[in-house]
Design a protein around this ligand. Structure first.
Ligand SMILES: [Ca+2]
Ligand SMILES: [Ca+2]
Length: 480
């Protein structure tokens, strides 16, 4: 653990070099280890993570996490410590994590009114939950690793706020007076307090290399990470708890954690372990119980509300009937469509009738004019040979042949028209008597408008028939 204060005690210079060296050239490739190396597979692990907007349950706990001290979970964040003196708090995963490689993305805010704040915040991966203690609110002599965001400059070297990585095998006592610089495996200077956007830390442990990237909260861009530090050949326990803790001292900041997202990393080509199949039974029962409690509470609140506001009690019932209205409208619409189809069919049949009538009229006209010509010819020859009987014969011929023929055709014609009109009538009767799909509580299946439309259609048909009949009669009389 003799990480050289010597190497980095010239802290500013050391950090500056580190920063300059890695900041632009390597930061993007640090995680992968080298520019040519393929990036690891990354799988989100919800059981070791929390985030808003439903971070905490109704009982104030965080699913899969425990909290202690002054930590206050709420829907969208965990306030690890409020900005009061001598506060301590922490949040830990309930179960241990056992990944070969992992990544943790932690989003937090450290905010206070003072130019300086205290004490700081720590992200942990340790073999035991350090629920209470002097190291940023967590236990000392930890076995594992801590990434510290040290706000307060205990040693007065004007090198805080700073970020440092400190490993421990369970025997080391944290060097608070020197801000841990005697024990840091890696460090960088970052002011993470009072930033316009939340600060983000991405801690990656991949192939025995621990890398810390920081998004300094100056931009809303979540991926705007900068390299902070890297520790090679880092051996940490295979199995441990993730945790985050914070403490205040004489000065005090709010330490708020918005999210803690854990990812399992897998080397490319390696098989991804199957996710844990099912939730343990006790957890299922717990969630089920919570759901039932919530449901009961909701029902009770509904009842209370209805008792308090009897005047609005009917609203939900009316809402229920709205769907019935929708159904009625749909049925009316379908009925209208049906009527529309029937009318179209009627229109087609009427067009056919008119066409037939025109054909008959032209046939009759042609026939009559042909006969007339023949008759005139016959009358002419009769008149030439037998002038004495000219008038009487002409009358008898004129009355006999064309009239008998015209009568026959006209009768046939009218019977056909009658037949067609019967068809039309039957169709309309069918249309009128046809029932729409029965909507519930519909007053009538045929609306006033449709009834009027049918009356108009019938009247038109009737008048057309009358007009046509009178025309036919007139035409017939003309020839008689
Ligand atoms: Ca300090
Ligand atoms: Ca310091």
């Amino acid at each position: 653990m003799a990480v050289s204060i010597g190497r980095c005690l010239a802290a500013d210079a050391c950090l500056l070099i580190l920063t300059l060296t890695f900041h632009h050239s390597n930061s993007d490739n640090i995680v992968a280890g080298a520019s040519t190396e393929e990036a690891p597979h990354r799988r989100f692990e919800y059981k070791y993570s929390f985030k808003g907007p439903h971070l905490s349950q109704t009982d104030g706990n965080i699913p899969f996490w425990v909290h202690s001290g002054n930590a206050i979970p709420s829907a969208d964040q965990v306030r690890i410590t409020p900005s009061l003196r001598s506060q301590k708090g922490s949040v830990w995963t309930k179960n241990t994590v056992n990944f070969d490689h992992w990544e943790a993305e932690v989003t937090f805010r450290v905010s206070g009114r003072g130019r300086m704040g205290a004490d700081g915040l720590a992200i942990w991966f340790t073999t035991a939950q350090g629920l209470d203690g002097p190291v940023y609110g967590a236990a000392d002599n930890w076995n594992g690793i801590g990434i510290f965001f040290d706000s307060f400059d205990n040693d007065g070297k004007k090198n805080n706020p700073a970020v440092l990585v400190v490993g421990n095998n369970g025997k080391l006592v944290y060097d608070h007076p020197n801000d841990g610089t005697t024990q840091a495996l890696g460090t960088c200077l970052r002011d993470f307090r009072n930033k316009p956007y939340p600060v983000r830390a991405k801690i990656t442990y991949y192939k025995k290399t621990l890398t810390v990237l920081i998004n300094n909260g100056f931009t809303p861009d979540k991926d705007d990470y900068e390299f902070c530090t890297k520790v090679d050949k880092m051996i940490i326990p295979q199995e441990g708890y993730f945790g985050i803790s914070a403490a205040t001292g004489g000065l005090a900041d709010d330490h708020d954690v918005l999210s803690f997202l854990t990812f399992r990393l897998t080397e490319p080509g390696q098989e991804l372990p199957a996710p844990e199949a099912e939730m343990p039974k006790e957890e299922q029962d717990k969630y089920q119980e919570e759901f039932e409690n919530f449901q009961q509470e909701l029902d009770k609140k509904k009842e209370d509300y209805q008792k308090e506001h009897p005047e609005v009690q009917r609203e939900p019932i009316e809402d229920m009937y709205e769907s019935v209205n929708d159904r009625e409208i749909r049925q009316v619409f379908e009925g209208q469509n049906q009527i529309h189809l029937e009318i179209k069919q009627l229109h087609r049949q009427l067009a056919m009738i008119l066409d037939e009538q025109n054909r008959y009229v032209s046939v009759v006209t042609d026939e009559i004019s042909k006969r007339q010509v023949e008759l005139v010819g016959q009358v002419g020859s009769l008149y030439t040979h037998r002038p004495s009987i000219k008038e009487g014969r002409f009358h008898s011929l004129h009355q006999a042949n064309p009239v008998s023929m015209g009568t026959y055709e006209t009768v046939q014609h009218f019977s056909e028209i009658q037949e067609h009109l019967h068809v039309v009538k039957r169709n309309i009767e069918h249309l009128i008597t046809q029932k729409c799909p029965d909507p519930p509580k519909m007053p009538s299946c045929l609306g006033t408008i449709h009834f009027l439309v049918f009356v108009v259609i019938q009247s038109v048909l009737f008048f057309s028939y009358i007009v046509y009949k009178s025309q036919q009669e007139a035409a017939a009389k003309k020839f008689f």
